[in-house]
Design a protein around this ligand. Structure first.
Ligand code: GEK
Length: 243
């Protein structure tokens, strides 16, 4: 099945408010995220490999901010350990409804529980793998420490957190370069200058990126014994943190 093309910001006369994960976004989401996030398919596939390696028998694996369940499916297809379960959380009903129908077409064994909830309200327990692929960036900054501390507490010893984020750079020149390269990536994927500019302003104050150092410091401060970047392309990066 081909993904429906994202043309949400292509009409020059349309008025747009702040970006929201509503039905219009959920409908075009696979196309939108592939054409907007450099390295997205790699991050999803490798999330699956990491889950296969770190899943512990009898444990839970969490996909927080699961959208249509891309990471959930990648993990499900790679889990070999018995008695695991996946818990996938999103607070967008439009996303979760579509996610359910996608999961229903997958035949792998590990049970998947979908939860329509704010990830901050979901208890994390007996976890071997917790994935936040491009989700923490939508949580207000002052609440991010608490989110990571709860994840750390819910992880079993030997468990991991995978954190993928859009990032900023301390050096203003590097920051400007990476923003420009990202926009070039989007234009190469068929977005017009107008679409790039409109999406950027819709995400202003909705998606709040931080530097890799800020992420590293927070991850260390909640107790993770080690963490590093395992993937980066321009201003998109993924970190692995070990308990
Ligand atoms: C993927 N991980 O395909 N609680 C629960 N869900 C939330 C919250 C919250 N507080 N805030 C935002 N979301 C996915 C992509 S998209 C990234 C993740 C993007 C959800 C929101 O509804 C959306 O579905 C998801 O987090 C972020 O790998 O669009 O840039």
């Amino acid at each position: 099945m081909t993904d429906q093309r994202d043309t949400l910001y292509s009409d020059p006369l349309a008025e747009h408010g702040l970006f929201a994960f509503d039905d219009s976004v959920a409908r075009v989401f696979p196309d939108m995220i592939k054409r907007s996030v450099p390295g997205y398919p790699t991050i999803i596939a490798m999330t699956g490999l990491l889950a296969g390696r770190y899943a512990i028998e009898g444990s839970s694996l969490y996909d927080l901010g699961c959208s249509l369940g891309a990471s959930t499916l990648a993990m499900r297809q790679n889990i070999r350990q018995p008695d695991c379960r996946l818990v996938s959380v999103d607070n967008s009903a439009a996303m979760l409804e579509r996610c359910q129908s996608i999961i229903d077409t997958d035949t792998h064994d590990t049970p998947v529980q979908l939860k329509l909830a704010d990830l901050q309200d979901v208890s994390i327990e007996n976890a071997s793998v917790v994935v936040l692929n491009f989700t923490l960036q939508f949580i207000p900054r002052e609440l991010r420490d608490t989110v990571l501390a709860r994840i750390y507490r819910g992880l079993l010893p030997g468990g991991i957190m995978v954190l993928s984020e859009k990032v900023t750079f301390e050096d203003p020149h590097l920051d400007a370069l990476n923003v420009e390269l990202h926009h070039q990536f989007k234009r190469a994927n068929g977005y017009s200058d107008l679409e790039v500019a409109r999406k950027r302003s819709a995400l202003e104050n909705v998606l709040i990126p931080e530097t890799l150092n800020q992420h590293r410091q927070r991850i260390a401060s909640v107790g993770f014994s080690s963490c590093d970047v395992w993937f980066q392309c321009f201003n998109f990066a993924s970190l692995i943190a070990l308990k």
